[in-house]
Design a protein around this ligand. Structure first.
Ligand SMILES: C[S@@+](CC[C@H](N)C(=O)[O-])C[C@H]1O[C@@H](n2cnc3c(N)ncnc32)[C@H](O)[C@@H]1O
Length: 316
């Protein structure tokens, strides 16, 4: 989308949502707790009736939407099986789509999913009926008391972007991973060596993007891939999937543009509470995400870390 067209839609968007809402840039649990229960309906209706809340990964030979949504879980499963892991934790498991899929296919392996949003956990539990190798708990991953056990592999799909302090969270999680275990993260990041946005349209669009995803801001990739960053984790691989998430995001953008052309009707529906602010947030994310990916500002990555022995600073 050209900048002039983007600007036209930003103006329509602002006519719907008061600008002070767009300047809300603190990550608070309240924002997340408010957003996800209300957005679950739209996720189930328009994205995945099975409760996936993440982006599908497209390849030319993969046709079905469902299969594209299973990409992340399958790539994690490959590591679990290769390494013989038996005890797995998913952080921010949402409605349990990934964990339930893996638990169904691997009855000898134990899975635990945690999520802040109770309604997501309830849906995940319903979907896991009949499985005895999976457990879901309502918990905040930013709270140190959320991790009781040790795991062979911890994974997180599009959720750590919500963390209040990602570095400390990862350090804590690393302590709960067994030696030679893994941490696998799929998420969006601001790409390396990016200057701060200076163009006013870009700044406005970025606010809509982060507000739309219920984030304060996207984390910087450089904070994750710097080898010195974590005391007992080593980055084993980093793979970019920006091109593979774009097709779905472009479809999402087309839908958002179509809806925003009727901003007057949206305004009325919002006022009489037929649609919620969560829906408008999703329109905002859909409208702006492809712009930032195409312009190489934000990228979608899989990062795989290996648990190592802590660096002994006394020897230096
Ligand atoms: C985009 S959804 C992804 C859900 C799931 N990983 C998936 O792939 O379908 C992000 C999830 O992160 C959860 N979340 C956000 N902040 C959290 C926190 N501090 N602790 C635990 N879960 C959190 C939200 O409740 C939401 O379910």
């Amino acid at each position: 989308m050209e900048k002039s067209e983007l600007n036209k839609y930003i103006l329509k968007f602002h006519s719907l949502v008061k600008s002070e809402l767009l300047s809300e840039n603190l990550i608070t649990s309240e924002i997340v707790i408010d957003y996800y229960p209300k957005s679950a309906f739209y996720y189930k209706k328009f994205h995945s009736s099975g409760g996936a809340m993440h982006l599908p990964i497209s390849f030319s030979n993969v046709v079905s939407h469902e299969e594209k949504l299973h990409y992340q879980a399958k790539s994690i499963e490959k590591v679990i099986l290769e390494k013989g892991y038996v005890n797995i934790l998913e952080l921010g498991c949402g409605m349990g789509f990934n964990t339930n899929y893996l638990a169904k296919r691997n009855s000898e392996i134990y899975f635990h999913g945690i999520d802040l949003t109770q309604s997501n956990i309830s849906f995940a539990e319903q979907q896991s009926r009949g499985l005895n190798n999976v457990k879901f708990s309502q918990a905040d991953f930013d709270d140190p008391q959320s991790y009781e056990d040790k795991y062979d592999l911890v994974f997180a799909v599009e959720t750590l972007c919500h963390s209040k302090n990602l570095h400390d969270l990862i350090e804590r999680v690393a302590n709960k991973i067994n030696d030679n275990g893994r941490l696998i993260i799929f998420d969006g990041y601001v790409k390396q060596n990016k200057e701060q946005l200076s163009d006013n349209i870009d700044i406005q669009a970025y606010k809509i993007l982060t507000w739309g995803f219920a984030l304060g801001k996207f984390k910087n990739l450089s904070e994750m891939v710097n080898p010195q960053n974590f005391s007992c984790l080593e980055l084993e691989s980093s793979k970019e999937y920006s091109e593979n998430v774009l097709p779905n995001l472009i479809t999402f953008q087309k839908g958002a543009k179509k809806a925003l052309r009727h901003s007057f009707i949206l305004r009325v529906l919002l006022r009489i509470k037929i649609i919620s602010l969560a829906f408008i947030k999703q329109l905002g994310a859909g409208l702006t995400a492809p712009y930032f990916i195409k312009n190489n500002y934000v990228g979608y990555y899989k990062l795989e870390f290996k648990k190592t022995a802590p660096i002994n600073t006394d020897e230096q």
